[in-house]
Design a protein around this ligand. Structure first.
Ligand code: UDX
Length: 458
């Protein structure tokens, strides 16, 4: 059918060829910023990474990525060798260097509420803007409460010596840990929240190689760009909690949630991604983003519109409690004195991140109930030890399993998926396993004499 106009917001013109390649700064060299800086240099831009932590800057300049991310160390080496990437702690240098400045600092949850803590964003923008003496674009990438960009626009205009010559734009990121390189070099889409055609063109120039691959660009106002990120993460969290709510119903009725999810996934309108039931979501994004969104919506008087996010959070937390219950049931009610092997600490496989990790939550609850818990994780042990020094750590599942009363799989690392039930069975005291991630083949484990339990399965 002819005559249906594309929505105004979708603009897919190629980049203005007269636009020279901008020089980029990336403020904040944590997970998001370091990945962005490295990938942009690999794409051919001159990039300066900025951070207030001299230790982090030294490590990056020395070619060391301060966190676990497959593929990134190789790209850092390549970018440093090219001479197009450097890191500094100097905001003076950054202000003099860049045409487009990306703000990539963290927005953690406040300790006393669900709200986002904006102190790092405010401080990065203040430090940078107060030094900007010419036309420049400041681009927020951090996940922020809606309305932040409007406030920062005023701040930038007030602080910058160049005044309104400095513009603010918003460009949310959607990168997943473990796939950060691919998500940055080949994103599903780019979202440009801008207030002028000049800002849009600057962003198009800053992402020219990505746009040239055919990546869709959605151009919006600042508010919509801020909302896209929280709306996307809320949707993903809701999808996970939806299938986990169905797991609760399966538990009460004797259904099998893994078959239920499989059957739902064949409907293209539903799809199978983010429909994996189990211990639920954790990490540095989904949990804090849905809480911050609910908090902000209440402040704005539209709390009712996202009340369901409170339930999404509650369902997610119940999965952790229910996993502990399965362990209790297997050991006859009281975990006190029981030897537990917890397979996994990271919030998901291929990550060393333990922020709001369901796995560690379960392990530490069992520890509080008096169990002797040994945690095994291929990458996250150092971080886990820092946040949970009370737990015991081991490097190898088979060694840790010696004499165990119950094994609990909490993060679905490949090496745990491929554990041999026969070899494990030979060393444990009791063949009991809770599969918190539906990662194992129940028939295989039961055939090897194990009592196998999983959330949402008979
Ligand atoms: C997420 C978003 O995917 C990303 O777009 C955003 O930029 C940051 O937040 P990330 O935190 O890296 O990325 O993790 P993700 O792969 O989304 O997984 C989040 C959590 O959900 C993990 O704990 C994972 O185990 C869990 N999960 C995921 C499920 O329990 N079931 C699923 O089906 C999918």
């Amino acid at each position: 059918m002819a005559g249906i106009a594309a929505p105004d917001a979708v603009v897919t013109d190629p980049v203005d060829s007269d636009e020279p390649a901008p020089r980029l700064t990336v403020v904040g060299t944590g997970y998001l910023g370091a990945t962005h800086a490295i990938c942009m240099a690999v794409l051919g831009f001159d990039v300066l990474g900025v951070d207030v932590d001299p230790g982090k800057i030294d490590r990056l300049n020395a070619g060391e990525v301060p966190f676990f991310e497959p593929g990134l160390p190789e790209l850092l080496a390549k970018a440093l060798d090219s001479g197009r990437l450097r890191f500094t702690t100097s905001f003076d240098e950054a202000a003099g260097f860049g045409d487009v400045h990306f703000i990539c600092v963290g927005t953690p949850q406040q300790s006393d509420s669900g709200a986002a803590d904006l102190r790092y964003v405010d401080s990065a923008v203040t430090e940078l803007a107060s030094r900007l003496r010419g036309r420049a674009l400041v681009v927020g990438k951090s996940t922020v409460p809606v309305g932040t960009a409007a406030r920062l626009t005023e701040l930038v205009h007030r602080l910058a010596p160049a005044g309104e010559e400095v513009e603010l734009a918003w460009n949310p990121e959607f990168l997943r840990e473990g796939y950060a390189v691919d998500d940055t070099l080949r994103p599903d889409r780019l979202v440009f929240g801008v207030r002028s055609p000049w800002a849009e063109n600057r962003l198009r120039a800053a992402f020219a190689p990505v746009i040239a691959q055919g990546t869709p660009v959605v151009v919006t106002d600042l508010t919509t760009a801020e909302l896209v990120k929280v709306a996307a993460n809320s949707f993903l969290a809701t999808k996970i909690s939806y299938i986990n709510a169905m797991a609760e119903v399966c538990e009460a009725t004797g259904g099998d949630v893994t078959r239920l999810a499989e059957a739902l996934a064949y409907d293209d309108r539903i799809g199978g991604r983010f429909l994996k039931p189990g211990l639920g979501f954790g990490g540095g994004c989904l949990p804090k983003d849905i809480r911050a969104f609910a908090h902000r919506a209440e402040e704005l008087g539209v709390g009712q519109a996202v009340t369901f996010l409170r339930e999404v959070d509650a369902i997610n937390k119940r999965r952790r409690a229910r996993t502990v219950d399965l362990v209790r049931e297997l050991v006859g009610g009281d975990p006190n004195g029981v030897r537990v092997v917890a397979l996994g600490a990271a919030f998901k496989p291929n990550s060393d991140d333990v922020r709001d990790a369901p796995a560690l939550d379960v392990a530490s609850t069992l520890d509080r109930l008096g169990a002797h818990v040994t945690v095994v994780d291929p990458a996250a042990t150092a971080n886990a030890r820092r946040s949970h020094p009370e737990l015991t750590y081991a490097t190898d599942a088979l060694t840790a399993a010696a004499g165990a009363d119950v094994v609990v799989l909490l993060t679905e690392w490949n090496e745990f998926r491929h554990l041999d039930p026969g070899a494990m069975g030979a060393v444990v005291a009791h063949r009991r396993i809770v599969d918190g991630r539906h990662a194992l083949d129940p028939a295989q484990w039961r055939a090897a004499g194990w009592e196998y339990r999983a959330l949402g399965r008979p």
